[in-house]
Design a protein around this ligand. Structure first.
Ligand code: ADP
Ligand code: MG
Length: 338
């Protein structure tokens, strides 16, 4: 009951994009090499995520949509990884099923036939046979149909789609080895190839002009260098990799500065500012570059649990992290005579 109340209050499932995030994460956890996301009206009418992962055996479908239904081992590392999904651990499908019409259809690759289960506003239906390709398809229709929250989302489908796009883009860029696609109201927004190449993923998401302007970043600390320490082995930043755009390829929004810490998408202003600082005076006023930066720090040095659903992080050694990122981007620009 407590969970149901929290769900109804919009505390657990915040908006269509939070559902998309959970479903895409499940697909990646399932080892998918393709994840196809398709939404209607910003996700308010329909969300469908299809993958070619390990699938869910028929006899486990019911458990998958039940409360506390994780099949994933709950070790400490899992707890860290599950951030952004704190209200959801082992209950994403359950909570989504409580506030929508949810169908999970799946076939493990070695199973002869598929099966599906439907949950409508928390009412769990029977498991039925279903014809389907190997992998899992999750459909979420009429999100929030049984809550007061629905009204407000229906009025702003463009905003909701922006949030969905941000989520799917962040996973597409973080997983260039997975073919990730996004479709809105039947039109393809982007589709990455899944060939493992970050620049190719950037091409799919941001287009040719941006992809061609991208400069490689690959920095590791050396003894004595900024962000490093006397002994590079216990440096506060282990590595910074990714791509940043030529200063002339800039836009009037910071939305294209994507940062990841230990593989997880974060919105850390320290990382954004460090990136911008590296450009010095090279950016036109109120212009921001494109960046996809992966920062690796020792696991114990970062607190990803600042807020369950927000994507903030707190670093033990923020000044050192800042200076490492700034140096990494500066070095990359310098390599290109910038
Ligand atoms: P969690 O991901 O925290 O375990 P979820 O409610 O998101 O909890 O999912 C419940 C369970 O359903 C997962 O542990 C997994 O076993 C199964 N599952 C969900 N989505 C998929 C998927 N796309 N592919 C394979 N299994 C899935
Ligand atoms: Mg999950």
């Amino acid at each position: 009951e407590r969970t149901v109340q929290r769900i109804a209050a919009g505390e657990v499932v915040e908006r269509p994009a939070s559902v998309v995030k959970e479903l895409v994460e499940n697909s990646l956890d399932a080892g998918a090499s393709r994840v196809a996301v398709s939404v209607e009206s910003g996700g308010t009418e329909g969300i469908r995520v299809r993958d070619d992962g390990v699938g869910i055996p028929e006899d486990q479908l019911e458990a998958a949509v039940a409360e506390h239904a994780t099949s994933k081992i709950g070790d400490i590392e899992d707890l860290d990884r599950g951030v952004g999904t704190l209200g959801f651990r082992g209950e994403a499908l359950y909570t989504v099923g409580a506030v929508s019409r949810l169908t999970v259809r799946s076939r493990p690759p070695d199973a002869e036939a598929g099966a599906e289960i439907t949950v409508e506003g928390g009412d769990v239906g029977e498991v039925r046979p279903a014809g389907c390709p190997a992998g899992t398809t999750v459909e979420v229709d009429d999100l929030f149909f049984n809550t007061p929250a629905r009204e407000k989302f229906l009025k702003r489908t463009a905003t909701e789609f922006d949030h969905v796009n941000t989520v799917v883009t962040s996973y597409a860029l973080a997983n260039p080895d997975v073919a990730v696609s996004l479709e809105h109201d039947g039109r393809e927004t982007f589709a990455t190839e899944g060939n493992g190449d970050l620049r190719s993923a950037v091409l799919a998401v941001y287009g040719r002009e941006v992809a061609e302007s991208m400069i490689d970043v690959d920095w590791t600390p050396e003894a004595g260098e900024a962000g490093g320490t006397a002994d590079a082995d216990d440096a506060p930043v282990e590595r910074v990799t990714g791509l940043v755009s030529h200063p002339e390829t800039a836009r009037s929004t910071r939305d294209y500065l994507s940062t990841y810490v230990n593989g997880r998408y974060v919105t850390a202003s320290a990382l954004r500012e460090a990136t911008l600082d590296a450009y010095g005076g090279q950016l036109a006023p109120d212009r921001y570059p494109f960046a996809v930066l992966f920062v690796e720090v020792p696991a114990g040095d970062v607190d990803v649990n600042v807020h369950p659903r927000k994507l903030e992080v707190r670093f033990d050694e923020e000044p050192a992290v800042r200076s490492a990122v700034e140096t990494a981007v500066e070095d990359a620009l310098l390599d290109h005579g910038l």
